[in-house]
Design a protein around this ligand. Sequence first.
Ligand code: SAH
Length: 262
Amino acid sequence: MSNNHQVKAKKHLGQHFLNDETIAQKIADTLSLKNYKTVLEIGPGMGVLTKYLLKKEVTTHVIEIDTESVEYLKNNYLNLASRVIEKDFLKYDLNEVFKGESFAIIGNFPYNISTQIVFKTIEMRDQIPEFSGMFQKEVAQRICSKEGSKVYGILSVLAQAFYDAEYLFTVPPEVFNPPPRVESGVLRLTRKQDYSLPCNEKMLFKVVKAAFQQRRKTLRNSLKTFNLSDNLREDVIFGKRPEQLSVEAFIALTLKIENDIN
Ligand code: SAH
């Protein structure tokens, strides 16, 4: 254990402290530092990743829910002390600190709230040009996967509607304390140059969720509750299953559904 101060990991907070400096540095180096001057690290714990962020030409803020970790950070990283936010990332209004400005997100994330972290990022995409860090491997792969893959799902489509997603590297359980039961994966999301949607966002989310909730069924069946016209339901796309549709195809489908309903 490289940290001289031993904090007992709290399972309900998804605490798995990274113990490998090389990997911590490698994760910090996934930031491109383009299009932002500020970085927010989610769940810094005892700061293994934070110390490499502090060496970069950006202003680092951290948000950490655990009081014990917050005290450790404030005592050990004096130049960070005023930028430690002791809050729940999912509940906190980040604009109390960032006031509408752009920032990148990074972290060795708490895996128990992975999906919600990605959804909050998507919601705040106007301010988040880049997002990188570590999830459990399966989640990282899902976010980055393309149509045709069996892990392609809601998160893949909704994240890739706005971001280019790259799976960067895999990290084994042994480099954490305590080791998680699964492998981990590091990814990077880079916001697309034009990330505006030609269709209604809420409708896209509804269509994607309904389609993948019954992923074995054709869209004709899974989208029944949308009360679409017989005419539209005969479109060849309704004979497909959700994993066959690219992000662009989901957007085109949503447009057709909007036109049909109106
Ligand atoms: N980055 C550190 C710790 C990773 S463990 C390292 O690599 O060693 C995940 C961290 O997220 C823990 O410190 C945990 O307390 C924190 N965390 C869990 N839920 C959180 C939430 N909702 N908001 C902010 N931090 C959270």
